[in-house]
Design a protein around this ligand. Structure first.
Ligand code: AVI
Length: 319
């Protein structure tokens, strides 16, 4: 008989009032919208398409590093581990790590229950030796996990894709501290982060020729129309991604092409021609800064691997 199991753990915080959050962002001098609004079903598909674009080197480079160093990671972490992923394992990356590590239990953590369960089921179909504990949680907040997971002796946390870069640096520092707390002393944390580099390379990665990133950015407006009955017309906005060298981050904006007044959740919002709505930050780091942040959070850096071009880093940290 196949030794496989799927258990589900639900622990979502009370939903924030989206309307309040959106209106608060749009009332600021620099208008903003929360980046989580990218990810409805269409947005998640568009993001998948981004990861395959020739200009978007991040995913390909990280996969190369995992292929190259998966064996060493498994040797350091050792057998009988629990692998916790911050996000649901839909990609090739988690498969590479599962195959190298063969953990006793895999714990994907994601806020989107449907996405989480579908991804878990696909993995169970392919790996008959795997046990999965799917945790429907908001991993950006303080986490409480089931005791049997918390008490596991050998844990490896995994946070790929440079999602750390979508937090501001103070938020990223706080997040690392919470991860250290959740994983506990002696546990490992494998972190994939995009590095500082030539602005032209970065800007190309977020302004692809096929316009997929533009569609991803504008999808936020569709999503808002559906969830809040907002009156955005995507044709009246253009996508812009620019590197802010002072803050070492790519900023994505939606620029209004005309003077317009919108009705968002029952409130009138005026936008001038040329005015921007800031939709995302994608911070780029120097490896030294990452190591410092990890140390401040209570981690030692056991290994740091980068690709030949020095574009992307994989850090293996230990609490
Ligand atoms: C998910 N995150 C790490 C991506 C990034 O590169 O910041 C999201 C993205 N935004 C535009 N392209 C990809």
């Amino acid at each position: 008989m196949k030794r496989q199991a799927l258990q589900v753990f639900d622990h979502l915080p009370a939903p924030l009032d989206l309307r309040e959050e959106v209106l608060k962002g749009l009332a600021q001098r620099q208008k903003t919208l929360p980046a989580k609004l990218f990810y409805d079903e269409r947005g998640s598909r568009l993001f998948e398409a981004i990861t395959a674009l020739p200009e978007y080197y991040l995913t390909r480079t990280e996969i190369g590093l995992l292929r190259q160093h998966g064996g060493e990671i498994a040797r350091i972490v050792g057998a009988g581990s629990v692998l916790l992923e911050y996000g649901a394992g839909a990609s090739l990356k988690i498969r590479l790590l599962l195959e190298a590590l063969r953990p006793d239990c895999y714990v994907p953590m994601d806020i989107s229950r449907e996405f989480l369960l579908a991804a878990a089921q696909r993995l169970l179909d392919d790996y008959d030796w795997l046990s999965i504990y799917a945790a429907c949680v908001d991993y950006s907040q303080a986490l409480s996990l089931p005791r049997q997971i918390e008490q596991a002796e050998r844990k490896l946390g995994f946070f790929p894709g440079s999602s750390l870069g979508n937090f501001t640096p103070p938020e990223a520092q706080q997040f690392l501290q919470r991860v250290r707390q959740t994983l506990g002393r002696g546990s490992y944390f494998l972190l994939g982060v995009d590095l500082e580099k030539n602005a032209a390379v970065l800007e190309a990665a977020y302004n692809d020729q096929q316009g997929v990133t533009a569609a991803f950015n504008k999808n936020m407006l569709r999503h808002l129309n559906q969830t809040l009955g907002a009156g955005f017309d995507e044709q009246r906005f253009r996508h812009e991604a620019r590197y802010n060298s002072e803050q070492s981050r790519i900023e994505m904006h939606l620029i209004s092409e005309v003077d317009q007044v919108l009705n968002v959740g029952g409130r009138q919002i005026a936008l001038r021609k040329g005015e921007s709505i800031h939709t995302e930050n994608s911070c780029k780091y120097h490896p030294d800064r990452l190591q410092q942040m990890a140390q401040t959070a209570g981690f030692d850096t056991r290994r740091i691997w980068t690709d030949e071009r020095g574009y992307f880093a994989l850090l293996l940290l230990q609490g």
